[in-house]
Design a protein around this ligand. Structure first.
Ligand code: HEC
Ligand code: HEC
Ligand code: HEC
Ligand code: HEC
Length: 416
């Protein structure tokens, strides 16, 4: 029975490889800026739980994006990323990421003038609790190539190809994928939290040790290898002129501090915030896309160049966060979200240490004044602040209680 089902699915897999629309690499590149924040500018995911997309099958990528959009594949982050994408956009993004090679070529050196401090800033993933079991890469390889008939486990090689290089367009490559991500997906298929008839059936008989062994096989750099994001040397450079910006920033000092460290809790600190984010906010105060009577008056006389320069100045400053106590409730919400109430974990976008992801437009919130953070979350919740792309923050804040907001604002403020 199992073998019959298996061959049917295998055949369907082989046949259904064509996408409705053809993708365009150049168009995909233009749409990929947000994705780079997590999947890397060269398609190498910046952390173990952000999958590599480099060299992945274009059709497979497009299919997954559609699944995230339609809600058939669940995830804390990806649905917000794809909400506004058309079928053509998905095909273009698929073509773009498929065009990279997964051979570990380091990302190109930062372009002069670009704020390279934000290019894949090295981050530490939360260390998963290590099980006592010591994973065995050779056992993983054996299972991958031959399966285990006695235990009803099909060989992976038939669908995912020799060493994880799939020849079937709809079957993903696994070669050089992050092993942490592979283990997470196998567990999700096993627990049916990721839905795919084939993989649900195949992973049902995998034990947690099997999954660890398969992970170890894919982590073995002497064989199929895992390509990790290359550590990027942090070179601070700015588009605007820091020195000119400093002279323009004199009028801001009363509230935001001369060096961007705001002394009064209702005003945000600006020191070390991403230049792009600051430019976006100032431009939007000016156009009243973000409404604040005080700031509207402050930016009215600033030209686009002034905005760029003043942003560069504050971005170049160092944040000196006050000592704020962390709290367990806020930490839990920040790191894990609240599945029951549909609240996405903040960590997915604002990063584990609160430094944000400048490339993707996610601001730093670490060490920010708690009162300011609280007010912003209330404004997103009521819709008084509505300058977040695709309602990313409003959709989350809508579900936060006032107690949640108090706790998470204090926790973010305690991050360094
Ligand atoms: C804030 C981080 C973040 C951003 C930004 C982001 N992603 Fe993702 N993406 C993830 C995570 C996390 C997963 C893994 C989900 C899971 O574990 O099932 C993922 C999974 C995927 C997958 C499935 C890969 C696979 O092997 O199955 C694709 C395709 C993808 N993302 C494409 C994109 C594209 C295209 C964009 C930009 C429009 C984007 N992502 C933006 C975090 C992000
Ligand atoms: C009959 C074909 C088939 C076999 C055999 C098979 N897979 Fe898969 N696998 C698939 C397909 C199809 C998908 C894509 C599912 C989707 O579209 O969401 C997939 C997805 C995956 C993913 C997620 C990849 C990603 O980028 O998100 C992993 C990991 C995986 N398989 C591992 C395995 C392992 C390990 C085995 C062997 C124990 C195996 N597969 C056997 C067809 C197969
Ligand atoms: C009189 C006090 C005051 C002065 C002076 C002032 N600001 Fe502000 N600024 C505020 C307040 C209040 C907010 C929060 C607005 C809100 O609630 O949306 C803010 C917000 C901002 C933000 C958004 C920060 C974020 O994290 O989103 C930026 C950027 C900013 N100000 C830059 C400037 C610059 C540049 C100047 C000088 C040209 C300046 N401000 C002068 C009071 C001031
Ligand atoms: C899907 C990505 C995403 C997630 C998840 C997310 N945020 Fe945000 N957040 C953003 C973006 C984008 C902005 C900036 C919007 C803009 O351009 O003005 C932002 C802005 C903010 C700000 C305002 C910062 C400032 O300087 O004004 C706060 C506070 C905030 N987020 C808190 C949270 C909290 C708390 C959570 C979790 C409960 C969370 N965010 C989850 C994307 C996200």
């Amino acid at each position: 029975m199992k073998t019959v089902l298996f061959s049917i699915v295998l055949t369907i897999g082989l046949l259904s490889h064509t996408n409705a629309v053809a993708g365009d690499v150049k168009a995909g590149k233009a749409k990929s800026a947000t994705c780079a924040g997590c999947h890397g500018a060269n398609g190498i995911g910046i952390m173990g739980n952000y999958p590599n997309l480099a060299g992945q099958k274009a059709d497979y990528i497009a299919k997954q994006l559609k699944a995230f959009k339609e809600g058939t594949r669940a995830d804390a982050v990806m649905p917000a990323m794809v909400a506004a994408l058309s079928e053509q956009d998905m095909a273009d993004l698929g073509a773009y990421f498929a065009s990279f090679s997964i051979d570990g070529t380091p990302p190109p050196p930062p372009v002069a003038g670009e704020d390279s401090s934000t290019v894949a800033a090295p981050m530490t993933a939360p260390t998963p609790a290590k099980p006592a079991y010591v994973a065995d890469a050779a056992a993983g390889k054996g299972l991958y190539q031959s399966g285990d008939k006695a235990r009803g486990i099909t060989a992976c090689i038939d669908c995912h190809g020799k060493d994880g290089n799939s020849t079937v367009l709809i079957n993903p490559n696994l070669a050089k994928q992050h092993s942490q991500y592979i283990e997470k997906q196998l567990t999700a298929f096993k627990e049916n939290t990721r839905d795919n008839a084939v993989m649900n059936q195949i992973s049902a008989n995998l034990s947690s040790n099997d999954i660890a062994n398969l992970g170890a096989y894919f982590a073995d750099t002497s064989a199929v290898g895992e390509v990790k994001s290359a550590p990027v040397v942090v070179v601070k450079s700015f588009t605007g002129d820091v020195e000119i910006g400093k002279t323009k920033a004199a009028t801001c000092a009363a509230c935001h501090g001369a060096d961007g460290n705001a002394a009064v809790a209702m005003y945000p600190s600006l020191a070390g915030q991403s230049e792009d984010y600051l430019v976006k906010q100032l431009t939007e105060f000016k156009s009243s896309t973000r409404v604040d009577p005080v700031m509207a008056g402050m930016v009215a006389a600033l030209s686009a160049d002034d905005i760029q320069n003043v942003s560069a100045y504050f971005a170049s400053q160092t944040l000196n966060p006050k000592v704020v106590e962390a709290n367990a409730k806020g930490k839990k919400l920040y790191i894990s979200g609240d599945m029951k109430n549909g609240i996405t974990a903040c960590v997915a976008c604002h990063s584990i240490d609160g430094s944000g992801m400048a490339k993707a437009g996610f601001p730093a919130i670490a060490g920010q004044n708690a009162t300011y953070l609280k007010v912003q979350l209330e404004k997103f919740r009521s819709g008084a602040r509505a300058n977040d792309k695709n309602s990313m923050m409003r959709n989350i804040a809508m579900k936060l209680s006032t107690k949640d907001i108090d706790a998470v604002a204090q926790y973010m403020s305690s991050l360094k």
